[in-house]
Design a protein around this ligand. Structure first.
Ligand code: ASP
Ligand code: MG
Length: 414
C-alpha cells in the first residue's frame, strides 16, 4: 500500500473550517487506498505572534526558550487536525517532533534533522489505518531540548518524513496553486509550471521565490522525493519538483525571481596584500552575516583595492560594526553602505548547454532602463544587483524577454 505525506501550511489552517477542509483531503487520500502522514504548520500568523510576544518580554530572548515557545504553534495544529479527522469518523493520532523521535542537532532556531527514531511505532499505526499527524518545524536534540528548523521549516519536516518512510509523493498544500515562472503578484503573465527541477527550485527559493523552505528541496533532491506543490483550495494539479531528465532540456530559462531588501557594503582603499580578504570575511562570518557576492577591484598602482559585497538589509548593523573594527586597523579604509538594493535573477538548468542568456538579460534590463550594479553567474543562474525601486519593472522585463509566460514547445510532464 502506497504512502503519501501531505503538508498543510499556516494559511491553509487559519480557522476551523480550514482544518475540516484539510482533514477531508487526508481522509480522501486514505479512502483512495493510501497510508497518510499529515504534517502541519502553526495556524495562520501564529508563529509571528509568538515571536512578537517574546520581544515584548525582552530584546534578547534565549534561543532555547525561543524554540520552546515557537514549537507550541504546531502543537496546537496537530491536536486540532486530529480532532477534525475524528469528527469525520476516522482514526488519527497526533505527535510532536519529540514524540516521533525527530532528532536534530542543537542549533536552536535552525536545527538540522539527524534521524527519526520512532519509525516502528509510526509504521504499525499506519498499518492499523490511522492517519498520522506530525508537528512540522520542530524536533528534539540529544538532551531532549526542543529545537526548531528555522522559519518555514515545516516543509523540511514533511520531505524528511517522506524520505524516511518512502512516500510516493510529498504534497505541499499552500495558498498558491504551484510554482510560477515568476511571482504572479508582480508579473501578471507569469505561468504556473507543470514541473521544475530540484536544482532550479533550490535556486529560485534562495533567490526570493518564497514558496518553499530551501532545505526541503535539498532533502528532496538527496532522497529523490517527488514533491508536489498545490493549492489547498482547488483540485487543480500543481507543480512537481523532480530530478533533471535530459530530454527536457530544451527549456533554457525556467523562471525569474526578485529578491528585495538587500544592501551593498563597499569598503574602499583596503590595503592590497595577501590575507586581507580572509581577514575581512572571517569577521563577517563570525557575525553570521551571509554574503551573497563579492567584488574586488584593485586600484591602479596596486597598493589598494575596493571590496564590495551584497548582504541582507537586516544585517546592515552587523556590517557597520565589522567596518568599525576594521577601521581601527586600516586607517585609510572608507566604508559606505547602500541599502534598498534588489537582485533580479533568471534560473534554468538549460543554461548549462546554451549561450546568449546573459546578453539577452542585460539587453532586457537596458531596454527597461534599469542600471545594473553588479552581475553574478553560476552554472544555472544569472543575477543582477539593481536598485530596489527598479526591481518589479526589472522582473517583468526579464520575464518577457525570455517568453516565460508561454508554455515551452515540448513541455511534457517529467
Ligand atoms: N510555523 C513555522 C513558521 O511560521 C514553520 C512553518 O510554517 O513552516 O515559520
Ligand atoms: Mg511555508
Amino acid at each position: 500500500m502506497g504512502l503519501i505525506v501531505q503538508k498543510f501550511g499556516g494559511t491553509s489552517l487559519a480557522d476551523a473550517e480550514k482544518f475540516h477542509r484539510a482533514a477531508r483531503r487526508a481522509i480522501r487520500a486514505k479512502l483512495d487506498g493510501s497510508q497518510v502522514i499529515v504534517v502541519v504548520s502553526a495556524m495562520d500568523q501564529s508563529t509571528d505572534e509568538l515571536v512578537d510576544l517574546a520581544y515584548q518580554i525582552t530584546d534578547r530572548p534565549s534561543r532555547r526558550e525561543m524554540d520552546q515557545l515557537l514549537a507550541t504553534g504546531e502543537q496546537v495544529s496537530i491536536a486540532l487536525m486530529a480532532m477534525a479527522i475524528h469528527h469525520a469518523g476516522h482514526d488519527a493520532i497526533s505527535f510532536t517532533g519529540g514524540q516521533i523521535g525527530l532528532r536534530t542537532d542543537r542549533t536552536f532556531g535552525r536545527a538540522r534533522i539527524r534521524d527519526i527514531t520512532e519509525r516502528n511505532r509510526i509504521v504499525s499505526l499506519l498499518k492499523q489505518g490511522s492517519i498520522i499527524i506530525v508537528a512540522g518545524f520542530q524536533g528534539v536534540d540529544e538532551a531532549s531540548n526542543i529545537t526548531t528548523l528555522g522559519r518555514g521549516g515545516s516543509d523540511t519536516t514533511a520531505v524528511a518524513l517522506a524520505a524516511a518512510f518512502g512516500a510516493e509523493v510529498c504534497e505541499i498544500y499552500t495558498d498558491v496553486d504551484g510554482i510560477y515562472s515568476a511571482d504572479p503578484r508582480i508579473v501578471p503573465e507569469a505561468r504556473k509550471l507543470d514541473y521544475v527541477f530540484y536544482d532550479e527550485m533550490l535556486e529560485l527559493a534562495s533567490l526570493g521565490a518564497q514558496v518553499m523552505h530551501s532545505r526541503s528541496i535539498e532533502l528532496g533532491k538527496n532522497y529523490n522525493v517527488r514533491i508536489h506543490v498545490r493549492s489547498s483550495y482547488t483540485d487543480a494539479k500543481g507543480t512537481d519538483i523532480v530530478n533533471v531528465s535530459s530530454d527536457l532540456e530544451q527549456v533554457i530559462v525556467r523562471g525569474a525571481a526578485l529578491k528585495k531588501n538587500l544592501a551593498r557594503v563597499e569598503l574602499g582603499r583596503v590595503p592590497n596584500r595577501p590575507g586581507i580578504a580572509g581577514e575581512i570575511f572571517r569577521r563577517v562570518a563570525e557575525r553570521e552575516v551571509i554574503v551573497d557576492d563579492i567584488i574586488q577591484v584593485i586600484h591602479e598602482g596596486g597598493t589598494t583595492a575596493d571590496i564590495s559585497f551584497t548582504i541582507e538589509a537586516n544585517d546592515i548593523e552587523a556590517a557597520r560594526a565589522i567596518a568599525a573594527e576594521l577601521a581601527g586597523e586600516f586607517a585609510e579604509m572608507k566604508m559606505q553602505v547602500r541599502d534598498r538594493m534588489a537582485k533580479v535573477s533568471v534560473v534554468g538548468v538549460g543554461m548549462r548547454t546554451h549561450t546568449g542568456v546573459a546578453s539577452r538579460m542585460f539587453e532586457a534590463l537596458h531596454q527597461a532602463n534599469v542600471n545594473i550594479e553588479n552581475i553574478s553567474t553560476s552554472e544555472i543562474v544569472i543575477s543582477c544587483v539593481i536598485n530596489q525601486d527598479d526591481g518589479e519593472k526589472a522582473l517583468r522585463a526579464v520575464h518577457a524577454a525570455f517568453d516565460l509566460g508561454q508554455p515551452p514547445l515540448q513541455d511534457s510532464a517529467a
